[in-house]
Design a protein around this ligand. Structure first.
Ligand code: HEC
Length: 135
């Protein structure tokens, strides 16, 4: 009986250790809630079409891929050095957000994510969002 108890305790302990280490390595914690203002969420993306997406892809690869990853999964080379998650642009959670919200966040940034207000024009930022939508 005592052996059985020890065995059960051992299995439970090993399983929880495995689970804890897996979550610690597989996924970084999300940043604090980050909400765009209502007025920004409502703004519609003025760019459309394949050309916008194509240009957006180049801009993404040059400016965003290092953290957000080639496919927007948040697994870029710089992401390893950041303590919070860069998010997953292919997730249902991102799909729920409006282009206006993503545009506002790309504009403002929030450490460690840089602001692109000065670095990219409005049109370039909208095109990146158009591209992110295809991921
Ligand atoms: C240095 C790494 C880094 C770079 C470069 C970077 N980001 Fe980010 N980005 C992040 C991190 C980290 C977050 C999560 C921020 C938080 O939760 O506070 C984030 C969040 C975002 C979000 C919010 C996602 C959501 O679901 O709310 C958007 C949109 C975004 N980034 C777009 C971009 C775009 C567009 C570019 C390139 C023009 C870019 N980022 C470049 C690190 C980066």
């Amino acid at each position: 009986m005592k052996n059985l108890k020890n065995l059960v305790a051992g299995v439970v302990l090993t399983t929880s250790c495995l689970l804890i280490s897996q979550t610690a390595f597989a996924q970084k914690p999300a940043g604090k809630p980050w909400n765009a203002p209502e007025s920004a969420i409502k703004i519609k993306n003025p760019t459309k079409g394949d050309d916008a997406v194509k240009e957006g892809k180049d801009i993404f690869n040059q400016n965003c891929k290092s953290c957000h990853g080639a496919k927007g999964k948040g697994d870029g080379t710089k992401a390893e050095k950041i303590d919070i998650s860069c998010g997953d642009f292919t997730s249902a959670e991102t799909a729920k957000k409006t282009d206006g919200e993503l545009f506002w966040k790309a504009t403002e940034g929030r450490k460690p994510m840089p602001s692109y207000k000065e670095k990219l024009s409005d049109s370039e930022r909208w095109k990146v969002i158009s591209y992110i939508r295809t991921l």
